[in-house]
Design a protein around this ligand. Structure first.
Ligand code: HEM
Length: 151
């Protein structure tokens, strides 16, 4: 029994489910109309995305260092690095939506008649969909890695 490992695992799971929820919320919200209230909400949700992603990195590193298997198990495991690559790609894909949400919200505050340009919205939707799709690979790699694949 190791309480540190258990607590880190619980926090890790809660955080990754939160991130999945946030990606889902962005997915749904960007499919509908985007009035000023929705743009403000998207900026707020997206800020939490950043905070939760940072916490996942901190807790994830904690699991590598303080987890029961020892850091060597992960550092020399290609499935672990595949999981890290997928997480990094999701993070990179989230940059365009973040920049757009902030910019649209700023423009909507300055000009109540502002309408989100269709081409920019299409690009954001593509990025959010790609994020959601690649995010699905992360638990697949996690489950395989936790069971010794890739080591
Ligand atoms: C920097 C980012 C991350 C690091 C360093 C990290 C690290 C870890 C570590 C060390 C474990 C323990 C595996 C074991 O029991 O041997 C784990 C498990 C897990 N991780 Fe992550 N993780 C990260 C991000 C994520 C993300 C974004 C997700 C999103 C789905 C995720 C989902 C999971 C799941 C579902 C498990 C449990 C696997 C199982 O026991 O079957 N992780 N992670």
């Amino acid at each position: 029994m190791d309480t540190t490992d258990l607590v880190l695992a619980i926090i890790h799971h809660l955080l990754v489910f939160s991130l999945a929820g946030i990606i889902g919320a962005e997915f749904v919200l960007t499919c509908g109309e985007l009035p000023a209230t929705t743009l403000r909400r998207l900026v707020g949700i997206d800020r939490h995305y950043g905070i939760i992603a940072m916490l996942i990195i901190i807790v994830g590193i904690g699991r590598v260092i303080y987890g029961l298997k020892g850091w060597e198990f992960y550092v020399y495991n290609w499935v672990f690095w595949a999981k890290m690559a997928a997480f990094a790609i999701v993070g990179l894909l989230s940059i365009v939506p973040t920049v757009r949400f902030v910019s649209w919200n700023r423009q909507a505050v300055a000009n109540p008649a502002f309408a989100v340009p269709a081409a920019e919205l299409a690009a954001v939707k593509t990025h959010v969909r790609a994020e959601a799709f690649i995010f699905l690979l992360i638990p697949v790699f996690a489950a395989a890695m936790a069971r010794g694949y890739g080591y």
